[in-house]
Design a protein around this ligand. Sequence first.
Ligand code: FES
Ligand code: FES
Length: 171
Amino acid sequence: MSRTDETVRPALQAAWDRPEVDVTLRVNGGRHRLRLDARVTLLDALRDHLGLTGAKKGCDQGACGACTVLLDGKRVVSCLVLAAQCEGREVTTVEALSQGDEPHPVQAAFARHDAFQCGYCTPGQIMSAVALIAEGRAGSDEDVKEFMSGNLCRCGAYPNIRAAVRDAAGG
Ligand code: FES
Ligand code: FES
């Protein structure tokens, strides 16, 4: 090994072991400059670095929808998105929905229809519903069932969730 290799190799190994990136996250209208391990997910950045704990960690592998947020207005499971991929993009979390004491219409519909039991899946269900309605895909119970199939509810509150989404969609 050359002398240069000996000098460079530890630095490369360190970067490999713990590569860090500077990321500016635009979340709920605010901008946050963060230095993060490049492997940090958007979900962990929101919860652990920005204190936004509305998005929940259920499976941490893209299977339950509890971590759903909007990225440039589209639904994503934030446990499968790297924070570093979100540079310059707009992230919206459940914390942005209510206006002061006034709940968002989807939140109000969930309350009216008792669309939760333990509530763990609820922020993800609500974010998914907000996007679904904006996409015009909440026109029937079947549509809601189909297009929210990525949001699991271990408590089985599905009939009430569907009713709340249909109500909020004006159906
Ligand atoms: Fe992200 Fe389950 S925690 S999909
Ligand atoms: Fe408990 Fe959905 S309300 S998991």
